[in-house]
Design a protein around this ligand. Structure first.
Ligand SMILES: [Zn+2]
Length: 499
């Protein structure tokens, strides 16, 4: 019973104050917590969330109304192309392509032994649970999901999505699966044949919408449905261009999304901090599989949101000033830091592109649209709003002086005399004489350098050990970027922890 109790309190915490209505729809917390958790992941190949909204898609729209909708974006080359192999591998393993190493649709050199699919993780942690995967695109069930999954079915191509749907429906109606994965392919097919801007693409979304409806109806028709706590996740492996096709770095090709219904997902809610690997992590969390840090998952369960100070800026982001390639309607930058933070531009040169003069707070969409194919698309581990110092984009208009800007954190409370850990997510692309430096000061003392960047660092979470002097109570972090027409540095999710 103690596990049940902690489940209730975690649920109550996550629901929070904004969704009191959603909390009221739970009959009683005791009843809800006693239900058997189950998960259905529906993957819609090449499906754009924006076109779902344009389409006659009542079942998908009903899921969005009943749950969480999270538009999201993915990498581009050189991390991986926006193709199905890397996309499905990322969704299903919960790590980005620089870990699972799928860079194409041949899966050569994949690291699924080290980063297995989420159904295999379920089988390892809870072998008694029943796992089932069916796909119209065979590599998913032949290669990405391992033989530890109870049932893997690659639908014969003659049956295509009709056969995939009927198999999944039969399993949901008559079987007793705990975790189900279904991939439907036809929207991608329409995208390739006619383009995402076409009526045929909308028609394909209408068609798959009916199949999603069949899956949801099958699930709800279960005799045991009232005693089950189903989490439904709907997602896509990549987007499509208006003219049709994907693999490149344009914003439409880099689109994905998560729709989540059930569990703690609040009805009609929207989030901007959800990333592609969160599908696997969220499914694992719903089934009570503890995520071991040793797995190095990039995904985070949506049930455990981890917003940072920069994310609070989303509502005050504005549109482009000097940048011409981003698109007038795209909102995504500010120079006003969040409460407690500051930016020291006292040594900063003048002129240049307004958006990038000194540290800016921005989004993946706004920043990557400023200029494509310079690796900004690989900043995959930043979430929602992040900080960027970009000497390259700043220098696209006449400048005088050099780029010298320092992002300054609030005081983090610390206990003197005990070690601490500074963590942040970063991505750094080097060209001499550019330099990034992290400095820490205690109780207003002289900042001391704790980390220097003078070589490329791929997207990753840094952990920097700090020696906290005896007697101090406050630590302040500075991120100083100096350079000119070089590259960039991103910072997100800054925290200091002490055990
Ligand atoms: Zn395709």
């Amino acid at each position: 019973m103690s596990r049940t109790t902690s489940g209730i309190s975690r649920r109550a915490l996550l629901i929070g104050t904004a969704t009191a209505a959603a909390a009221l729809t739970v009959p009683t917390t005791a009843f809800a917590a006693a239900r058997t958790p189950k998960v259905l992941v529906i993957g819609l190949d090449g499906t754009l969330l924006g076109r779902v909204k344009d389409a006659d898609a009542p079942r998908l729209k009903a899921l969005m109304a009943a749950g969480l909708t999270a538009p999201s974006s993915i990498y581009a080359n050189p991390m991986a192309p926006t193709m199905s192999g890397p996309g499905w591998s990322t969704l299903i393993t919960g790590v980005w392509p620089d870990k699972h190493n799928v860079k194409d649709n041949n899966f050569t050199g994949h690291k699924f032994a080290q980063y297995p699919d989420f159904l295999t993780r379920i089988e390892t942690a809870k072998p008694a649970l029943t796992t089932y995967a069916v796909s119209s695109w065979a590599p998913i069930t032949d290669t990405v999901f391992s033989s530890k999954v109870d049932t893997r079915v690659s639908t014969p191509s003659a049956e295509y999505d009709t056969g995939t749907t009927s198999r999944a429906v039969a399993q949901l109606k008559s079987g007793n699966p705990d975790a189900v994965f279904v991939q439907l392919d036809n929207v991608d097919h329409a995208g390739h044949s006619y383009g995402a801007a076409s009526q045929q693409y909308l028609d394909a979304i209408h068609g798959v919408d009916g199949q999603v409806g069949q899956l949801v109806d099958a699930l709800k028709s279960r005799a045991t449905y009232g005693n089950e706590d189903w989490l439904i996740l709907v997602t896509a492996d990549h987007g499509h261009t208006d003219a049709g096709g994907h693999g490149g770095s344009t914003w439409p090709e880099r689109q994905t999304f998560m729709i989540a219904v059930g569990g703690t997902a609040a009805a009609g809610s929207t989030r901007h901090d959800v990333k592609m690997p969160d599908i696997a992590a969220t499914a694992l969390a719903h089934l009570g599989v503890a995520i071991d840090p040793a797995w190095s998952l990039d995904g985070r369960p949506i049930q455990q949101p981890t917003p940072d100070a920069f994310d609070s800026l989303r509502a005050q982001l504005t549109g482009p000033v000097d940048e011409t390639g981003i698109g007038a309607g795209v909102v995504g930058f500010t120079h006003t830091p969040p409460s407690g933070w500051s930016v020291d531009n006292s040594a900063m040169g003048t002129g240049g592109v307004t958006e990038w003069r000194g540290w800016a707070f921005t989004t993946d969409e706004f920043w990557t649209r400023a200029e494509r194919d310079q690796q900004r698309e690989c900043n995959v581990r930043a979430r929602n709003v992040f900080a960027v110092a970009d000497g390259d984009e700043w220098s696209d208009k006449t400048v005088s002086g050099t780029y010298d800007s320092t992002l300054v954190s609030p005081d983090f409370p610390v206990t003197g005399g005990r070690p601490a850990t500074l963590t942040y997510t970063t991505f750094y692309r080097q060209e001499s004489p550019q330099k990034g430096e992290v400095l820490v000061s205690y109780d207003g003392g002289t900042p001391v350098s704790v980390k220097t960047y003078t070589a490329d660092v791929p997207s990753r979470t840094e952990t920097v050990a700090l020696t906290v002097p005896t007697g101090v109570t406050r630590a302040k972090v500075r991120f100083r970027y100096t350079g000119g027409n070089n590259w960039f540095w991103t910072i997100d999710g800054v925290a200091i922890t002490q055990s």
